[in-house]
Design a protein around this ligand. Sequence first.
Ligand code: NDP
Length: 306
Amino acid sequence: MEKIQALIIGSGPAGYTAAIYLARANMQPVIYEGIQPGGQLTTTTLIENYPGFAHGIDANELMSAMRQQAENLGTQIRTGSVTKVDLSQRPFRVEIEGSTTIEAESLIIATGATAKYLGLPSETKFRGLGVSACATCDGFFYRKRDVAVVGGGDTACEEATYLASLCRQVYMIVRKPFLRASQAMQQRVFDTPNIEVLFEHNTAEVLGDDSGVTGVRVRKTDGTERTLDVAGLFLAIGHHPVTELFDGQLKLDEEGYIVTEPGTSKTSVEGVFAAGDVKDPHYRQAIAAAGSGCIAALDCERWLRR
Ligand code: NDP
C-alpha cells in the first residue's frame, strides 16, 4: 500500500499554501484536489483584495499560479477525491474515489466550505452572472447600482451594510418578521438609509437576460408579489463546512466546522491538522485561508520531525 508522509486534502488557497511550505521543507506533500480544483475562489472573477496584485488578479489565474508554485517546489498534485478516511489508527487510512486505499502519516484537511444557495433553477442559471454568495468578492462590480441580499443573520447584515457603501440601493430579503443578527448588526442595518429590509419575503425567481441578472421577483407571506429591479443578488443564508468525511472521527462544532486548538491548526486527533474555511466560520477570505495553510504546514512539519 502506498504510504504518504504528508497528505493534503483540498486545493484552495489553504491547501496549496500548506503544500508550498511542506514541499520547501522536503516533506514530499501530496494533494488530492477534489471535485473543484482551486476551490471556492474559482467561482468568482477578479480578486482585488489579495495582497501583492496592484491591479487585482483573476481568481482562476491566482489559483493556477498557486498550484504551479506548489508543483514547482515538488508537491505531487493528484486529481480525485478522498471518499473515506479512517483516523482511528496511524498511519491513517485514506480511500480515494471509492477504490484505492493509501496510508498517510499526517493529514492536512483543507476541504473548505460551500455557500448555501436557495436551490431555485433561475438562481443556478445566473450564478456568476449577478448571483453571488460573497459581497466582499463581487460587490465592487455593482457600484452605484441596486442589489438585493437574501438572509437575516450577521453575514447578511454585514454584506448589506458593505454593499450599501458601494451601491445605490440595497434590499434585504428576510423570510421571518425579524432579523436573526446580533443587535449591533441590526442597528447598523436600520441606521443605513439606503438599505430597505423586506420582512416576511421570499425569493420566488431570479430574472435576467444575456447580460445577467435584471431583477428578482419576491413573494410576501401574504401572497403578494413584487419585482425588485436589481443587478445583483447576494446569498447570505449560511455556509456548510465540507466535513462529512470526518464526522464522528474529529471534534466538530455544532455547525460542523473542525475544532482546532486555539492559535494552532491541531485537531482533536494527533497528526491531523485543519486549515482554511473548514475551520473558520467567520472570516472566509482567501488570504486568511492561505495564512492558515501556512500555519498547518508548520504545525505538521514540526509534528513529523518530532
Ligand atoms: P445564520 O445561520 O446566522 O443566518 C442565516 C440567515 O439566512 C437567517 O436569517 C436565516 O433565516 C436565513 N436563511 C437560511 N436559509 C434560508 C432560506 N432557504 N431562505 C431564506 N432565508 C434563509 O448564518 P450567518 O452566515 O449569518 O452567520 C453564521 C454564524 O457566523 C453566526 O453564528 C453569526 O453570528 C456568525 N457571524 C458573525 C459575524 C460577526 O460577529 N461579525 C459576522 C458574520 C457571521 P431564519 O432566521 O429564518 O432561519
